[in-house]
Design a protein around this ligand. Structure first.
Ligand code: GDP
Length: 299
């Protein structure tokens, strides 16, 4: 993940590594290279601009430390600024005071939403919770089957409504009844998988909104395919304006060499990234820690 970005940043930093000290001239040059590296990585223009301005200010304002080389000093400043851009502190899921904790999961079709729901169920089971999955992606029978297959692998039950073998196309009812089912069967977490479409459309937004109004989830998470770069950021922005979610899940980070979505979303949307999905396997999910990710990017 982020190999392309890491390489370019490393290249840019190398130009000061050999210098005896950090001064305004070599920092300005390095910052130009870093800005280019960020824009190449499909980072939002404003984010890249602000990033380099902040690093430059910190680097030229700082006392020259004799104990570290200019390269090390600049790397540390970059690490702190990357951590800030990625969200600063880790933010997890807010659990309900009275179970079940209800988590609504939204996103475009193909973003990795259903896979994430199963991964999240696995994550909670490992922590000793008893999750129930709600199959509110009711328009494609294959989607319900996919959720059931994945749920089986993580030993979590799925709530769906069928009538004579036909899926009942009422996403709000499924979500609502799943919460009651969880209360009746001592399940302390409900994860609601919703329908996505290839592009943002009114019906999809309205349905997510209706589920949100009816079940009042403790968390609404938005899953986005990070490989789509600035498209991911724009989609994240549009969803947020409509459904005001609580956190972002960056999926398919394993295939993202550039990192543009990861580095831009927090600033553009102002919502924390809570999880990173890093593969098709169900154990490929990690809670998102901005400082660890910054470390990884800088290598
Ligand atoms: P949904 O339509 O949003 O529910 O998306 P799915 O969960 O069905 O995922 C779409 C495709 O992306 C599937 O082939 C998944 O196996 C794959 N996928 C999901 N998450 C990841 C991930 O983190 N990394 C990779 N490489 N593939 C993923």
């Amino acid at each position: 993940m982020f190999e392309g970005l890491s390489q370019k940043l490393e290249g840019a930093l190398q130009s000061v590594t050999g210098q005896g000290r950090i001064d305004e001239v070599n920092v300005a040059e390095t910052m130009r290279e870093i800005r280019r590296a960020l824009l190449n990585a499909d980072v939002n223009y404003q984010v890249a601009k602000e990033f380099t301005a902040n690093v430059k200010e910190a680097a030229t304002g700082e006392d020259v430390l004799t104990s570290v080389t200019p390269g090390e000093q600049l790397t540390k400043i970059m690490h702190d600024e990357l951590t800030r851009v990625l969200g600063g502190e880790h933010e997890g899921i807010e659990m309900a005071e009275t179970p079940p904790t209800v988590i609504l999961v939204a996103g475009l079709q193909g973003s990795g939403k259903t896979t994430f729901c199963a991964k999240l169920a696995r994550h909670f089971r490992k922590e000793g919770h008893a999750p129930l999955l709600a199959a509110s992606d009711v328009y494609r029978p294959a989607a319900v089957d996919q959720l059931k297959t994945l749920a089986d692998q993580v030993n979590a039950p799925v709530y769906s409504i069928e009538d004579d073998g036909e899926i009942v196309e009422d996403a709000v009812r499924v979500a609502n009844e799943a919460v009651t089912e969880a209360q009746n069967t001592a399940r302390d977490i409900v994860i609601i998988d919703t329908a996505g479409r290839m592009h943002i459309d009114e019906a999809m937004m309205q349905e997510v909104e209706d589920i949100k109004t009816t079940v009042a989830p403790n968390e609404t998470l938005f899953v986005v395919d990070s490989m789509t770069g600035q498209d991911a950021v724009n989609t994240a922005k549009e969803f947020n304006e409509r459904i005001d979610y609580d956190g972002v899940v960056l999926s398919k980070l394993d295939g993202d060499t550039r990192g543009g979505a990861a580095l831009s979303i927090r600033t553009v949307v102002n919502k924390p990234i809570k999880f990173a999905s890093t593969g098709e396997k169900l154990d490929a999910l990690t809670p998102f820690y901005p400082d660890r990710m910054a470390q990884r990017i800088l290598g």
